[in-house]
Write a protein that binds this ligand. Sequence first.
Ligand code: ADP
Ligand code: MG
Length: 389
Amino acid sequence: MKTLDDLGDLTGRRVLVRVDFNVPLARGEITDDTRIRAAVPTLRELLGRGARLVLVSHLGRPEDHEPGLSLRPAAERLGELLGTEVELAPGVVGEAVQARVAEPGGPRVLLLENVRYEPGETVNDPDLAIGLAALADVYVNDAFGAAHRAHASTEGVAHVLGERAAGRLLEREVRTLTDLFEAPRRPLVAVLGGAKVSDKIDVIERFREAADTILIGGAMCFPFLAALGHEVGGSLCEAADVDLARTTLTRAGGRAELMLPQDLVIAARFAADAESEQLDRIDVPADRMGLDIGPRSAEAYANVIQAAGTVFWNGPMGAFELPRFAAGTRVVAEAVAATEAVTVVGGGDSAAALVQFGLAEQVTHLSTGGGATLQLIEGKSLPGLEALG
Ligand code: ADP
Ligand code: MG
């Protein structure tokens, strides 16, 4: 992987940086600026080396030029973080943008508009890639969260600009996530939860080979419990997922011991005001659904995490968005924050849970990727990364 260390003198040169400013917005305000802050080290370093920056990112899934998905709020926030003016370009590519970039006294930091305003972005249109490449001399990709997509700004443009490298965030994400599988401090513990087994079956399989213990929580536990013959009541549990879970349980080999919950928190429905009950076993009554792991399970998981050398966590232990079903996720999050182990957390909802509990600063690495993180863990290549090679 080429990094910023491999780039030559950047004084006065224009660098196109693919950043991931795909931040959550509520009524035009950024509600979590983690991804913008995560890009700052690369941008500061490039500015410090005398480069002029042209930044490109997507935001959401705009239909046409949906004004609510303009990157203006991100430009303002980045300006505050860098302490430098960040100008928002009058579009993504084209004459007006080109003119602004070429102006001698032009902006040191220019943020292009939402690249998905261009229909060519998601289909990796070569014309858009060429249009983007025309704005700069060097390409740096620091958008780890978008690296699993072969789009014009993440993949196509890299082939057009000869000089290219990974930014510091992309570099750190890839190193940290691949290091999990290369001589990790043991025991290596994977904590896997969330909604569906099918989304994460390849992640489970990879850790079956690499980890010492896998702790299963969230709705993901029900296909496993069902495969073992337990009643799951109205819990989230698809037949196809039960088949996958059964295959995992019966397949020989694999290093990791798989741990499942021994107790649950249940309710009649998935709702904030649903009456919650503790169930000191794992057979869910027909008119109830499991919405969190129980306190004995949470404590057992916390003990394994405490004794780990390395922990990877993806997927909440329950419906943590609803306060009555957040306890299992909280206990696990606190254990991950407190352990001496190297701790790596990935996944949009898992990251949100850590932020919600105020523990985001207390893990070794909080990944900014969702799909990209999982794809790397699965051992698959990322198009955005390949294109830098
Ligand atoms: P991540 O984004 O961290 O990869 P997922 O998207 O796979 O995690 O899963 C998060 C979702 O799973 C949350 O919305 C949460 O409410 C849901 N979830 C977790 N446990 C349960 C459960 N027992 N029943 C229903 N939904 C659950
Ligand atoms: Mg999610």
